[in-house]
Design a protein around this ligand. Structure first.
Ligand SMILES: [Zn+2]
Ligand SMILES: [Zn+2]
Length: 371
């Protein structure tokens, strides 16, 4: 029951995490082992109920600790050991306290939470969660440079509105990508995709170059409106059909212009827009805008305008949050259903419900029939 996670082993109920071992109920953690109920912890070992801690060992109910060991209920400490609620203890005192810490009792957890919260209100914290960043706005950004309004993003550069780039590598020169964009360059409106170059409007793809409006496709070049293709590195494809280069260039240009004239801004619009709906456009000169979905105001910044112009992309009429929400909605809900494989009829536990309109295969059948 893990979601959005990578390189994990013996890990249960963890989300948005990477490289966890023997850990349960953690979110947004990286390289942790034997951790339980941790959030945003990095390189922690044998720790529980802690948040925003880095390089720690044996810490419990703690917040914002770095390089600490053997601490209970501590906040904002650096290079400390044997502390309880930020008070220095001897090793014996600490061990004695740890013996009485019975976290199987809900009342003990409530009490610890309360005391920790009191302490959290006294110790100052940084205004953003950023580490090794330069000129970045947003929160939870690591090892990144020149990023605008990005969240849960790492290893990204010259990008904006990137969300949940929290797996391997983030994005370069890309806008409006996420959730889970990994190793993207010169991309726009791409979600759940990895290692792709000069692509736009992708969903669940990897290793693509020069592709548009494509879903569930891998290791290919020059796809337009394609679905479930793999290893199409030579040639040009429209709607899964191989076509001549000249025809491809001419037709994709025409389709793009048609989509533009109908106000199709994203892969979400393409899949969900009612054809009778009036297209909505916003004049290019108008930087301050109002989201057509939620009504919130948002502003276009210079870097994104430059990107839209260079990539010949329409200026958005929806705010970045709504855009991300719509991409997120392309995914399955986090509900598990018992269903059958539509080929071999073996029982599967899947996020596709039994009455899903799609043909769903088990891993073996998928590889056998689709590859
Ligand atoms: Zn909005
Ligand atoms: Zn099967």
């Amino acid at each position: 029951m893990c979601f959005n996670s990578g390189n994990c082993r013996d890990t249960y109920y963890c989300e948005d995490s990477r490289a966890l071992t023997n850990s349960v109920d953690c979110a947004f953690c990286e390289s942790c082992e034997l951790c339980y109920e941790c959030v945003d912890c990095l390189n922690c070992y044998n720790s529980n109920f802690s948040q925003d801690c880095t390089n720690c060992e044996d810490i419990h109910f703690s917040y914002d600790l770095r390089r600490c060991r053997h601490c209970i209920g501590c906040v904002g400490l650096r290079d400390k050991e044997y502390c309880i609620f930020n008070q220095q203890k001897t090793e014996e005192e600490y061990e004695k306290a740890l013996q009485t810490l019975d976290t199987s009792k809900p009342e003990i957890i409530t009490l610890l939470d309360q005391r920790l919260e009191e302490l959290k209100r006294k110790v100052p914290r940084m205004f953003v969660h950023q580490f090794d960043t330069q000129d970045c706005s947003g929160d939870y950004i690591y090892h990144s440079k020149n990023c605008y309004r990005c969240f849960d993003t790492r290893h990204s550069e010259d990008s904006g509105y990137i969300f949940q780039a929290n797996l391997d590598k983030g994005t370069t020169d890309s806008w409006d990508c996420g959730p889970v964009p990994t190793g993207l360059e010169l991309c726009y409106d791409v979600c759940l995709a990895h290692y792709s170059f000069n692509c736009r409007h992708l969903y669940w793809c990897g290793y693509l170059k020069d592709c548009q409006y494509t879903t569930n496709s891998f290791n290919s070049k020059n796809l337009f409106g394609c679905h479930y293709l793999d290893k199409k590195e030579d040639g040009y494809y429209i709607l899964n059909q191989k076509v001549e280069e000249g025809f491809y260039r001419e037709t994709t240009k025409k389709i793009s212009e048609d989509l533009k004239s109908r106000g199709i801004y994203s892969i979400y619009d393409l899949l969900n827009k009612n054809p009778d709906e009036e297209p909505i456009f916003c004049p290019k000169t108008q930087r301050a805008r109002q989201c057509v979905v939620c009504g919130e105001g948002f502003e276009l910044v210079d870097a994104e305008v430059k990107f839209y112009d260079e990539m010949d992309i329409m200026y958005p009429v929806k705010c970045p949050e709504c855009r991300n929400m719509q991409r997120t909605r392309l995914r399955n809900d986090r509900t598990m259903y018992k269903r059958k494989c539509d080929s071999c009829k073996s029982t599967l536990i899947s996020t596709y419900p039994p009455d899903s309109p799609y043909i769903v295969y088990c891993l073996d059948c998928y590889w056998k029939h689709i590859g």
